[in-house]
Design a protein around this ligand. Sequence first.
Ligand code: RP5
Length: 168
Amino acid sequence: MPLTLTDRPPVAIIMGSQSDWETMKNAADTLEALEIPYEARIISAHRTPERMVNFAKTARDEGFKVIIAGAGGAAHLPGMTAALTPLPVFGVPVQSKTMSGQDSLLSIVQMPGGIPVGTLAIGKAGAINAALLAAAVLALSDEDIAERLDEYRERQSASIAEYPMDNL
Ligand code: RP5
């Protein structure tokens, strides 16, 4: 169904800082490859806590279906967002300078039972896979997205050479 001006895209990509965009752009690029609209916003659990609460509390009513949340260091954004919304939240640990993202990963993955965050790998791979998981969730109720996701995988398989070559 085409989007109207009042519709929200199904996916929100939120991140703690402008500095996270280099990583989170990989989620955006993947959604674009699948022709899935998204909205990207900077929302910091620490620097803009009221923005976070307002976003998370209204996200479902606004029309979002899935949230991808990336953060680094003391990465509280995915967990706090998940605490404030019933929507599925996929957390992407951004690679931090001091601890290579181990701090981000543990901050996101160690949620208490009862409030889940689907936690992905650190960095680019995690951002790509968060988008693919978001697409898989949407594909459950959208045959067009399901078809594009199948095609994405077929293209990916076709791009992998069967035999290694020297001097590539
Ligand atoms: C976190 O602090 C952000 O998610 C970011 O990964 C990290 C560093 O932020 P900046 O100091 O680069 O703005 O909240």
